[in-house]
Design a protein around this ligand. Structure first.
Ligand SMILES: [Zn+2]
Ligand SMILES: [Zn+2]
Length: 253
């Protein structure tokens, strides 16, 4: 078993030719089976919510998490490759904040494979990434969701529509915000872009890197629906673990 330190080394020194996460020799840009197994282990004992795709304990045989039961999201369904924990969290961090844009290839491949596995007969008219605000885009140099969407679009041969949504509000980091604060934060953050009209009545695949509370994706779906988009399916690389209801109370002020 590879240690977390070996994995970290490969993430920091990307010149290694094999697995982009641990450096183990193998096909370039392909995540090795050891890393994939470690990703799978993170989901052990958990089931994806059949609506939002976040992972939960599935106690009492519930397939839909309590949050989706209380407030059903507008999209048809959302799914993610792995829980946003441990090594996955680390890999996403390098992809997003350390310039490791080439990780979009293996990550996008995993997401495309998940879509084929889940919806083998579903056809999508477009792949739409969650957009970044122009200032954030300038700062980072790339939109990680758009890179993933590009890889998925190429593999599945679906047109990429990067201009269907536009982010007009610069939102502060969501990391330390509660679910309610995140939802308030995302209000009016997006408007339909110039290509939204092309998607009227169509079924689209919305792509983001991480699905945590769903505030971002839900807001995007609302804007897409207001522009007449027919159905939205969501795919993310990683999704959070649904907290117990008692741990998710809004903070007392
Ligand atoms: Zn590996
Ligand atoms: Zn759910």
């Amino acid at each position: 078993m590879l240690s977390a330190i070996t994995g970290l080394k490969a993430l920091i020194f990307p010149e290694s030719k094999g697995c982009p996460l641990c450096g183990r020799q193998g096909a370039p840009y392909q995540i090795c089976r050891f890393c994939l197994q470690m990703w799978a282990d993170l989901a052990e004992g958990l089931v994806p919510c059949t609506k939002c795709g976040r992972f939960h304990s599935g106690q009492k045989g519930e397939m839909i998490c309590w949050e989706c039961q209380e407030d059903e999201p507008q999209y048809i369904m959302s799914r993610a490759v792995a829980p946003f924990e441990g090594l996955v969290r680390e890999a996403v961090h390098y992809f997003k904040f350390c310039g490791r844009r080439e990780l979009s290839y293996p990550f996008g491949e995993l997401m495309a494979a998940l879509i084929v596995q889940l919806f083998p007969f579903r056809t999508f008219s477009a792949v739409v990434p969650v957009p970044l605000h122009i200032n954030r885009l300038r700062e980072r140099g790339y939109n990680q969701a758009a890179l993933l969407a590009g890889v998925i679009a190429r593999i599945l041969e679906i047109p990429l529509q990067e201009e269907a949504l536009l982010r007009i509000k610069e939102t502060p980091s969501q990391t330390f915000l509660s679910r309610q604060e995140r939802e308030a934060n995302m209000k009016k953050a997006f408007i339909p872009g110039k290509d939204a009209l092309l998607l009227k009545g169509k079924r689209v695949l919305l792509v983001d890197d991480v699905y945590t509370t769903g505030a971002t994706v839900k807001e995007c779906c609302q804007v897409l629906a207001s522009a007449g988009v027919g159905e939205v399916y969501v795919v993310a690389l990683a999704a959070g673990i649904v907290k117990d209801k008692k741990d998710n109370k809004p903070k007392e002020v």
